[in-house]
Design a binder for this molecule. Structure first.
Ligand SMILES: *[C@@H]1O[C@H](CO)[C@@H](O)[C@H](O)[C@H]1NC(C)=O
Ligand SMILES: *[C@@H]1O[C@H](CO)[C@@H](O)[C@H](O)[C@H]1NC(C)=O
Ligand SMILES: *[C@@H]1O[C@H](CO)[C@@H](O)[C@H](O)[C@H]1NC(C)=O
Length: 552
C-alpha cells in the first residue's frame, strides 16, 4: 500500500516535470508559450520561407562544412570551386513540415550564403545571389505537398547583372521582383530581366559607411506602387518605373539599423477604407540596431539600440520619426506579423551586432508591438525562450498562427560547443491569442475561395461558438526571411461588406457568411499567395486559408 502511494507520487512528480518542460507555465505578466518542435533539423536555417502548402523551406549555405543531415539515395555534391568541401554528401537546405515536424533534405549546388528571395505570383520561390559561385545565380523552388519530391532548380548561367550578396527582394505589382543592392553594389535589377538593364541607385552609395550599414536594405512596396527604401539611417520613396527619388525622409535618430547593425523593419498593416482604398496613412516601423562601428571594433560588445522609429511615409505633412523605447535592447531581432496584425519582435542580443562572435546577452524575451495601442503602451513583454537565437536565425508566421523560430550559427562551421553553439532546434512561439481561453471567440474558416480577383467581393464561411460575432478578414504575405528582415512582408485588413447569420446565433455553434472585398489592385497586394485569417473581436482563426490573388 505504502509502496503504491510512493509510486503514484513519483509518477505524479514525473508528470508535472514533463508537463512543465513541454508546456511551460506562463509567468504572471508574460504572455505566449514556447515549444520545441524538432531537436535536430539537420541544418541551422539562415533563410526561411513558408510555402503555400504550409511546409517551410530552410536554407543554409554550402561552404560551411558538412551539415547534420545527409542527402538521400547516395547523392553527393561535387563542386570543384566550393571554398570548403568540394565533395559533400550533406544537405544545406531542407523542407520542414509543421505538424509531423519532419524534414526532407533538398539539394542546393551553388553557395546561398547571405542571399535574398521572394515568392512569385505562382508560389514559386525565386532565390537570388549568395557568395562565391552563387553570387550571380537565380534559383527556383516550386513548392509541392510534403510527401512529394520537389527540389531546387538552379539556372546554369550567371543570370544576375551584378553580384548580389546581402541584397533585398520585393515582389512588384507586375509579378516581377526587384533586387536591391548588396555588398558594395549600388544598383538594382529586375527578375525576370526581360531585356531591362540594371539601374544605379545613388542612395545606396550615400548610405554606405565604414562598416557598410546599407546591406539588406529594408524595402517595402507602398500601396501607390512606389518603393520605400531604408538603409543605414536614411530612407527614400523611390519610383522604380521612372528611376526617380520621389521623397526623402529625415535621418532616424540613434544607431544605424541595417546589417551589420541589424535592426529590423515592417510596413504597418494596410487598412481598407469604406471605398476599398488603402494607403491614406502608411506607416513604417524600424526597431533595434547596433552602435556605430560595432562590427569593426567588436570587443567589448557595446549595448544594442533600444529604440523604434515610426514614420508616416504617405502623409503630406513634413514626415518626422516618432521614437519609442523598447523594453529590451536588441540587435539581430526579427520583426514579423502575427495573425492579429501585431508585430512580434523576437531573437537577437542586447549587446553587439551581426557576425561571428560579435554579440553577447541574447534577448530571450520577445516583445509584441501593438500598432493600434496608444503611445507608451504599445510594447508587451512576452514569455522568454530558453534558446539563444543570435546571428543567422529566423522567424516566420505559420498558417496556424504560431511563429516558427529556426537557426542561429555564429560560426564558420557547425560547432556544438561554446557559448552560442550552432542551433539545430526548431521552436514555435504561440501568441496568447492561441490560448484555449480564447476558443469561445475563435472563428474557424469553413470555406474560403482559393483564388480571388482584384476589387471583387468574395465570401468566407465561418463558424464560431460565442454569442457575439464581429468579424474581420486579413491577408498576410509569406516573406523570405533572413538577417533580421522579412523581405516582401505585408499585412492587409480587408474591407468588410457585411456578415450574415446562416444558422445558430445563440450560445451554440453559429455559422456566418462574411463578405469582404479583395484588395483593389496589385500595388496594394502584388499577385501572390496570401494567408487569409478571419478574426472575431480580434481573436484570429487558428488555421489560415491560402488564397491566390490574380488579375482575372
Ligand atoms: C553522413 O554520411 C557520412 C558518410 O557516410 C557519415 O560519416 C556521417 O555520419 C553522416 N551524417 C549524418 C548526420 O548522418
Ligand atoms: C560612391 O560615393 C563616393 C563618395 O561620394 C564616390 O567617391 C564614389 O565614386 C561612389 N561610388 C560609386 C560606385 O558610385
Ligand atoms: C454576402 O454574399 C452573399 C453571396 O455571396 C449574399 O447572398 C449576401 O446577401 C451577402 N451579404 C451581404 C451582407 O453583403
Amino acid at each position: 500500500m505504502r509502496n503504491r502511494t510512493a509510486q503514484n507520487l513519483l509518477l505524479f512528480i514525473a508528470a508535472v516535470l514533463w508537463l512543465h518542460q513541454h508546456y511551460p507555465l506562463k509567468t504572471a505578466n508574460a504572455q505566449g508559450t514556447w515549444n520545441v518542435l524538432l531537436d535536430n533539423a539537420g541544418i541551422a536555417s539562415m533563410h526561411t520561407a513558408v510555402t503555400h502548402y504550409g511546409n517551410v523551406i530552410f536554407l543554409d549555405r554550402t561552404n560551411i562544412g558538412p551539415s547534420q543531415i545527409n542527402l538521400t539515395n547516395g547523392v553527393c555534391r561535387d563542386n570543384a570551386i566550393d571554398l570548403t568541401l568540394t565533395h559533400d554528401c550533406s544537405a544545406h537546405s531542407v523542407l520542414f513540415t509543421p505538424g509531423p515536424n519532419t524534414v526532407r533534405p533538398l539539394f542546393i549546388f551553388t553557395d546561398t550564403w547571405c542571399s535574398s528571395g521572394q515568392f512569385g505570383p505562382d508560389g514559386t520561390l525565386v532565390q537570388t545571389g549568395g557568395d562565391n559561385d552563387g553570387l550571380m545565380k537565380v534559383r527556383r523552388f516550386t513548392p509541392c505537398p510534403s510527401d512529394q519530391s520537389c527540389d531546387w532548380v538552379e539556372e546554369s548561367d550567371n543570370s544576375l547583372q551584378d553580384g548580389r550578396w546581402y541584397a533585398s527582394n520585393q515582389l512588384l505589382p507586375d509579378g516581377r521582383q526587384i533586387v536591391v543592392g548588396g555588398r558594395s553594389v549600388f544598383t538594382l535589377e529586375f527578375i525576370p530581366a526581360s531585356g531591362s538593364q540594371k539601374v544605379v541607385l545613388p542612395f545606396l552609395n550615400q548610405t554606405d559607411d565604414a562598416q557598410n550599414d546599407n546591406y539588406y536594405p529594408f524595402v517595402h512596396l507602398l500601396p501607390d506602387g512606389n518603393l520605400y527604401i531604408f538603409a543605414n539611417r536614411d530612407s527614400i520613396v523611390y519610383n522604380y518605373q521612372t528611376n526617380t527619388v520621389v521623397k526623402t525622409f529625415p535621418t532616424i535618430p540613434g544607431e544605424p539599423r541595417n546589417y551589420p547593425s541589424a535592426g529590423s523593419s515592417v510596413m504597418l498593416p494596410l487598412q481598407a477604407d469604406a471605398e476599398n482604398v488603402y494607403g491614406a496613412n502608411v506607416e513604417v516601423l524600424v526597431c533595434g540596431g547596433a552602435q556605430p562601428n560595432c562590427f569593426l571594433y567588436p570587443a567589448p560588445f557595446p549595448p544594442a539600440s533600444q529604440t523604434c522609429g515610426r514614420i508616416s511615409v504617405t502623409g503630406t505633412d513634413a514626415p518626422a520619426w516618432n521614437m519609442e523605447e523598447m523594453p529590451f535592447r536588441r540587435a539581430m531581432g526579427d520583426m514579423v506579423f502575427v495573425a492579429s496584425g501585431d508585430v512580434l519582435i523576437v531573437n537577437g542580443a542586447e549587446n553587439g551586432c551581426q557576425g561571428w562572435g560579435n554579440a553577447i546577452n541574447p534577448t530571450l524575451s520577445p516583445v509584441m508591438y501593438v500598432p493600434g495601442a496608444s503611445e507608451g503602451s504599445r510594447f508587451i513583454t512576452e514569455a522568454p525562450s530558453t534558446i539563444p537565437r543570435v546571428y543567422h536565425s529566423t522567424a516566420n508566421l505559420l498558417p496556424d498562427g504560431r511563429v516558427l523560430i529556426a537557426g542561429s550559427n555564429t560560426h564558420q562551421f557547425y560547432t556544438f560547443t561554446g557559448d552560442f553553439p550552432t542551433e539545430l532546434r526548431v521552436e514555435a512561439f504561440s501568441p496568447s491569442y492561441l490560448d484555449s481561453s480564447n476558443d469561445g471567440e475563435r472563428p474557424s474558416i469553413v470555406s474560403a475561395p482559393t483564388t480571388i480577383v482584384y476589387g471583387q467581393a468574395f465570401t468566407v464561411q465561418v463558424q464560431v461558438t460565442s454569442a457575439a460575432a464581429e468579424f474581420g478578414v486579413s491577408l498576410v504575405s509569406s516573406p523570405f526571411t533572413t538577417h533580421s528582415f522579412s523581405q516582401g512582408l505585408r499585412f492587409l485588413r480587408l474591407r468588410l461588406v457585411g456578415q450574415v447569420l446562416i444558422s445558430g446565433g445563440d450560445s451554440s455553434t453559429s455559422s456566418y457568411s462574411v463578405n469582404v472585398t479583395a484588395p483593389p489592385n496589385s500595388n496594394v497586394a502584388p499577385p501572390a499567395y496570401y494567408m487569409l485569417f478571419v478574426d472575431n473581436q480580434g481573436i484570429p482563426s487558428a488555421a489560415a486559408s491560402w488564397v491566390q490573388i490574380t488579375n482575372s
